[in-house]
Design a protein around this ligand. Structure first.
Ligand code: ADP
Ligand code: AMP
Length: 211
């Protein structure tokens, strides 16, 4: 099953993707995580992406489609994948659709996590993430340890107020049209009210997925 998670920054896509991946037994693929690892490792892809990411802009579609091509043709995603933040423009949605069709697959479900801007800003201003496994936390200080892997928690540079403002604008102008694009192709986009406790949002997502 290939599931696309849509929603603004801070909506809880990463949090829910981890839970759904564990529950459904398919991997989470977060392009943001792939890109941050590339930046950390100083690869060519990382060097190309870094300045876009720091500002809160989208990295070029060609970079994302390259990642998706590698990941979706790898044995790791044979049974499916949860794509977290991996489709953020209409050309990315088109490109993903084309590459999946070539290997006899398709996007099975699109979940849209809905949260209002005030709550998003609040969540992002208090988010820390594990620099090793990328798990997000709320209310845990930078420098403390990740309960999952023991890595160090850090603040993300793009969670600073200016970058957050830009990311919300980028979401509205470049990513929100993806919702209509899937809708136009008769893909039922399930809108989930994600301003609720984490367990409740997971339950809503599983219900939509029929699990
Ligand atoms: P995204 O991947 O959509 O950017 P995250 O999963 O990283 O969002 O969540 C953003 C922040 O909000 C994190 O600090 C996370 O711990 C917190 N968070 C996630 N889901 C909820 C929720 N349902 N209620 C409150 N806080 C949440
Ligand atoms: P995320 O971890 O999903 O919040 O992504 C962090 C940053 O990585 C984004 O603000 C973008 O700069 C970049 N990024 C991640 N996924 C994509 C994507 N599908 N398209 C373009 N840029 C992306």
């Amino acid at each position: 099953m290939i599931i696309v998670l849509l929603g603004p920054p801070g909506a809880g896509k990463g949090t829910q993707a981890d839970r759904l991946a564990a529950r459904l037994g398919i991997p989470k693929i977060a392009t943001g995580d792939v890109l941050r690892a590339a930046v950390r490792d100083g690869t060519r892809r990382g060097l190309e992406a870094k300045s876009y990411m720091d500002r809160g802009d989208l990295v070029p579609d060609s970079v994302i489609l390259g990642i998706l091509q590698e990941v979706m043709t790898s044995p790791a995603t044979k049974k499916g994948a949860i794509l977290d933040g991996a489709v953020r423009t209409v050309p990315q949605a088109e490109g993903l659709g084309t590459m999946l069709a070539e290997i006899g697959k398709k996007v099975d479900k699109v979940l849209l996590f809905d949260v209002d801007d005030d709550e998003l800003v609040k969540r992002l201003s208090t988010r820390t993430v594990c620099e090793r496994c990328q798990t997000p936390y709320t209310g845990r200080d930078p420098g403390t340890s990740c309960t999952k892997c023991g890595g160090t928690l850090v603040r993300r540079k793009d969670d600073e107020p200016d970058a957050v403002r830009n990311r919300l604008e980028v979401y509205r102008t470049q990513t929100a049209p993806v919702i209509g694009w899937y809708g136009d192709r008769k893909m039922n986009v399930a809108r989930i009210d994600a301003d609720a406790p984490v367990d409740e949002v997971t339950a809503r997502a599983l219900q939509v997925l029929g699990k």
